[in-house]
Design a protein around this ligand. Sequence first.
Ligand code: NI
Length: 255
Amino acid sequence: MIFDSHAHYDDEAFDGDREQLLTSFKEHGIGRVINVGASLESCKTTLQLIRQYPFIYGAMGVHPSETGELDEESFAWLCGQCTTDKVVAVGETGLDYHWKEPEPSVQKMWFERQMELAREVKLPVIIHSRDAAKDTLDMMKALHAGDIGGVIHCFSYTKEIAREYLDMGYYFGIGGVITFQNAKKLKEAVEYIPADKILLETDSPYLAPEPNRGRRNTSLNLPYVAQKIAELKGISCEEVVEITERNAEKLFLGQ
Ligand code: NI
């Protein structure tokens, strides 16, 4: 069944029909979902979701654009949540220079702290890197990120950069963007990345694939993403679902 490795079902976009939507997943072939924390508040709601739904797992982290809210006290709280049952990753964390807020030095400090946290609690990291390819790579190399392991969520860089992450043993989260007509470089990268390093993800409620681009995204759209990856890799859609599910089990559930 489909494993959605990155979603935000705590988002207010789902306030009207969350329960109904989430309980419909099984009959639509969605087996498991990782709900990813992006702020202290969303980490709290993620913890509620993983308690409530057996098929939802959680990641604890603060998105680079939200790192201004962190201090020693709140970070200690975050660290404490990482040993909770069904918390399977630290993230999302990383660098976002599209929105240079807070300033890079602040983003970098909390990126490093969250990487070290992941190392300490022995969980993989979910990395968000936007318009910050060089700094992300430089930091990951300096921190020996290969020993920690994880996924580059919503991978949006070139095949050359993919090679660098592959050398560190990282996985690549591929979502709706792969179906966009102008995603030429990403399509090249996905052709290049071995299937056993690809994870399916939505980033719900964002980044819905064609033909639903611009609308609210949910895991129910993942067959469109799997289909596009299947075309690029020359395998069947079922194989993409199977392989990516196995990859996610290996990375997050240690199976
Ligand atoms: Ni996200």
